[in-house]
Write a protein that binds this ligand. Sequence first.
Ligand SMILES: NC(=O)C1=CN([C@@H]2O[C@H](COP(=O)(O)OP(=O)(O)OC[C@H]3O[C@@H](n4cnc5c(N)ncnc54)[C@H](OP(=O)(O)O)[C@@H]3O)[C@@H](O)[C@H]2O)C=CC1
Ligand SMILES: CC(C)CCC[C@@H](C)[C@H]1CC=C2C3=C(CC[C@@]21C)[C@@]1(C)CC[C@H](O)C(C)(C)[C@@H]1CC3
Length: 266
Amino acid sequence: MGVLACTSPSHYSPGNPIYDFFLGRELNPRICSFDFKYFCELRPGLIGWVLINLALLMQEAELRGSPSLAMWLVNGFQLLYVGDALWHEEAVLTTMDIIHDGFGFMLAFGDLAWVPFTYSLQAQFLLYHPEPLGLPLASVICLINAVGYYIFRGANSQKNTFRKNPSDPRVADLETISTATGRRLLVSGWWGMVRHPNYLGDLIMALAWSLPCGVSHLLPYFYLLYFTALLVHREARDEQQCLQKYGLAWHAYCRRVPYRIVPYIY
Ligand SMILES: NC(=O)C1=CN([C@@H]2O[C@H](COP(=O)(O)OP(=O)(O)OC[C@H]3O[C@@H](n4cnc5c(N)ncnc54)[C@H](OP(=O)(O)O)[C@@H]3O)[C@@H](O)[C@H]2O)C=CC1
Ligand SMILES: CC(C)CCC[C@@H](C)[C@H]1CC=C2C3=C(CC[C@@]21C)[C@@]1(C)CC[C@H](O)C(C)(C)[C@@H]1CC3
């Protein structure tokens, strides 16, 4: 990839071939302006995930006459998530994958295979294990998804708006801590509640995607379990990077906002 790239800095490598294979050597492999990592992060995997879900919904309609309410909910929630990612496409440029991680096995396999085939597990499960779902429970699940989405979107938009233009009226009144790099850290609003409010919203949505499948089987909860492990690990990596970037200011932020993801728990 390094040979093909026109302008790609190398990703930090400790010289360990397994690490290099997993996290990649190139940070942004490109052919001129075509950035492989940026393209793969959003387009093929996320669109493939929605198409697989839709195919499963249509197959259920063919098998049982019409798609079940549970199948509609799973399709609707995940379509909202993917639509949101594509609508806010430029926000992906500030994620850890784009800024820090190389385009190695983790992201290539993760984006192109893992996301479409494992993130559609709930819809696959519903096709083989139909789950009757009444309107009251469906409404509660919709509410859980709406709360998760509200936190996820609110937190991500607040940070992105602040990073783009700190004097934007939507964020100008928020309290901040100055750092030695000149960048400021938000300490009120969503980012004053926990240090990763966007992860909290994402996890609440993950729960809402599994609940329509009932509680008789662990399989539909695979995403929630995997995602919790991924975000706990990701949060620890991000803390390390922020500590390196912001030093004492990061310590001050941690004292001011002691919880990482879940208020009063973690
Ligand atoms: N569905 C999925 O499979 C996955 C989804 N996600 C989602 O992707 C989104 C992005 O996640 P990710 O890239 O991990 O991390 P974040 O979007 O949380 O970004 C972390 C960065 O934000 C900045 N930051 C941290 N605290 C503050 C603060 N108080 N004020 C201002 N800036 C701050 C720091 O960078 P700097 O200061 O340099 O700007 C830090 O490195 C999340 O919503 C996550 O849930 C993530 C992984 C997988
Ligand atoms: C193969 C391994 C076990 C794990 C691979 C991890 C990857 C699948 C994830 C790492 C970060 C991701 C993000 C999204 C999808 C999953 C991967 C690639 C994301 C594009 C999903 C949609 C969101 O709105 C987002 C914020 C744009 C996400 C960015 C991080």
